[in-house]
Ligand binder design. Structure first.
Ligand code: ATP
Length: 274
């Protein structure tokens, strides 16, 4: 995790205040009064059940969806790399990885090769996009998002369709990239255990912000446990402590630095329903 005090002192790259979003056809507001700030080099993760508004929040922050009230302030000239939840690739239209990396903006062969190498997908340039495995495709999407040297990476469910080792490896890659480049990361994910482990700040969303704080604080919060069940908190606590011995199973690929939790830090702030 990044040093918390130094993160907190940095001005946000992007900040949402009081975002309320109604979408046409929806009976009620999809987001209500949501606040969110992402600072340089910070990994912020949004978790929440299906339909809780995670993608809508991401799309509002990116300006793809107009909020009925509230505001999004972004640093002037902010460069964002975005990996959307769904990318439709028509497999009837041939498209190589190299060509895909030049959409929508043309990039040099050297930059394309460097971006692929950075995400562990070197040598895929001539492969057809439609024939990549799920894990390869996610890495190519990430490579494309890195091409404009972003200050903020936005990843909406980036590990969909990956198996557990693939999920762990992907988040590890994100942590490495953050460490090397200082890029900030906003992620939406269902992979509670792995993604919360990699996060500086977790936001638990269910139309409004139910609670937020460090992974430890959120996993101990009653609002989080009401949404995901007390078991999820126990499993996270176990995972975080269980690092001194050989592990079986996929999680053994996760980074095990010695980071002890000392119980909930009571950082979660309950936000009432509007
Ligand atoms: N374009 C739209 N018009 C009307 N309602 C929408 C639209 N897009 C999403 N919704 C509704 O808004 C709610 C939130 O959707 P959203 O995709 O933001 O949730 P999510 O938390 O990302 O869900 P998931 O985890 O299933 O991806 C859902 O009830 C969804 O049906």
């Amino acid at each position: 995790m990044a040093d918390k005090a130094s993160l907190a002192n940095r001005a946000p790259l992007i900040e949402a205040r009081g975002l309320t979003v109604h979408l046409p056809g929806a009976e009620r507001a999809i987001l209500q009064g949501v606040n969110l700030a992402i600072r340089p080099a910070e990994i912020v993760t949004v978790v929440g059940p299906n339909g809780s508004g995670k993608s809508t929040l991401v799309r509002s922050i990116l300006g793809h969806v107009t909020a009925q009230s509230g505001e999004v302030e972004r640093r002037a000239g902010l460069r964002i790399g975005y990996v959307p939840q769904r990318v439709h690739v028509d497999d009837r239209i041939p498209m190589t990885v190299r060509r895909f990396l030049s959409l929508p903006r043309s990039v040099s062969d050297a930059d394309a090769a460097a971006a692929l190498a950075r995400v562990g997908a070197e040598g895929l340039q001539s492969r057809q996009i439609a024939r990549l495995s799920g894990g390869q495709f996610q890495r190519v999407l990430l490579a494309r998002a890195l091409l404009n040297d972003p200050q903020l990476l936005v990843l909406d469910e980036p590990t969909q369709g990956l198996d557990q080792p693939g999920i762990v490896a992907f988040y590890r890659l994100i942590e490495d990239i953050r460490r090397e480049t200082g890029v900030a990361v906003l992620m939406v994910s269902h992979d509670l255990l792995v993604v919360m482990r990699a996060s500086d700040h977790v936001i638990c969303l269910n139309g409004h912000v139910c609670c937020h704080g460090t992974p430890q604080a959120v996993s101990a919060a009653p609002e989080y446990q009401a949404l995901f069940g007390a078991d999820s908190a126990e499993t996270l606590a176990l995972y975080r402590h269980d690092h001194d011995h050989a592990h079986d199973g996929a999680l053994l690929n996760a980074r095990h630095d010695h980071e002890h939790d000392h119980g909930p830090q009571h950082e979660c702030e309950a936000h009432g329903h509007a």
